[in-house]
Design a protein. Sequence first.
Length: 142
Amino acid sequence: MPLSILRNGISIIGVFYVAASAVAASNYTVKFSEDDQISPKQIRHNVEEIFNSGELEQKYNYLVYEFEKYDACASARTYLDDIGTVSVYGPVSCKRNNDAVKAPKLVSEIMTYLKRRFFVIDKLGDAGYETLWKHPDLVEPK
């Protein structure tokens, strides 16, 4: 099942990172929690390549998380070259031509899910991407 493979892959990477840090520091406890109120219905790994006259001009490598609950759908996208940031899209009606809907409970559960996994959560607004949330310990590069 792709979702469990991806989760295990992320968990293993997390263990290696914490284990390497623990050697340099001390007494870390690793805990993997399955307490999420929502899980993605699907996670897709996409690569888009844009060619001009046979020459590669742009390449996008990203993951798309697809959520569905309370008769509403939403998605989140993270680019692998900026894995700490995710952008959310929706919610929309799963049944009515993707019309925008209000689904505050779905949005809340998705935000909680994403906050456990990313440092920055953005959403496309009228003036471009707007930051909805930043991890309080995030240090911006100078």
